[in-house]
Design a protein. Sequence first.
Length: 359
Amino acid sequence: MEELDPRLERLGAAIAEADAPDAAAIAQARRRFLGGTSAPRRVVTFPRVALAAAAAALIALGGWWWLDGATPTAPTPGYAVEGGGAGPEGWLSSGEAPVRVRFEDGSRVVMAPSARARVAEVRADGATVQLEGGTLDVAVVHRDDTRWAVRAGPYRIDVTGTRFEVQWDPGPERLTVQLTEGSVRVSGPLLDPPRRVSAGQTLVADAAEVSLRTGERAPTPAPPAAPAADPEPLAQADDEPAPAVRGDAAELWAAADRARYEGRAADARRALLRLRRVHRERGRTSFLLGTIAAQRGDRAEAARWFETYLSEHPSGPLAEPALGRLVELSRTPAAARRYLARYPDGAHAPLARTLASPD
């Protein structure tokens, strides 16, 4: 006979130490059963002390032996919303200022102004965020079992641990995914099998086509003349304290993104200005500088930076939101008509139509 498990031996010993029914009581019950007597039977039970001893033994063994080895279910992580409150069904809407959603595992989602999204699901190994419109900055902390996803219309972005920006324009149903770190897989129309997008790449997808571009952030040789004058002289950037990272373009981008995710607008602005002056980074730097200016309430500077983006990348992936921000900032019929001429079904089209036809 195989040797008993030591834990079962301890359990038996604990039960044996309890008071057992005496032999006379057992014999009497046997006679009544065999003799067919109708006298009420005595129910033989362990005294309470015996049950307590058995329970204590089971607890000492770590639970019922047939569940030996099972581990408690990990608690579902929570999240906190900063800069806004949840509406019906958990929908979050950012106005002039961003809304930050911080998760207990350290992951963060920052909603740019005029975005609308909600946390659709939170699990022990990640979460699913639904983007209805606008732009999200997403930073997911990597773990071996991470399962994060962002949904936008018919598209799904699967994330294991990375930083990226996703923009969803529900009018033309256009998705833009721009990777800063790591990689993601994007699935949806015309994306079967799913497309992998890595750091430094930008994917733009709609119902008609999918394009994947690489190197928008790569340093470019300085042109003979600056493509557009910055809203403020770039030399002024040297008068400000330098950001913590003063290295190559990739390090400065990382410093700028980290500062934006953590709400340090001044540090992000300094890093972006240095990217423009030292590495001649155009396009996205001007859009982000406009966003930062709008967040701190400087509408005039914000408008100048968005115009700078449009002059540097007239058909770039951020052209539509740049024009839309100009509509929000100026609220003039001229800005509205300019937007509608290019994006009649864009995310800002309802506001633009109202401003273009005030009557």
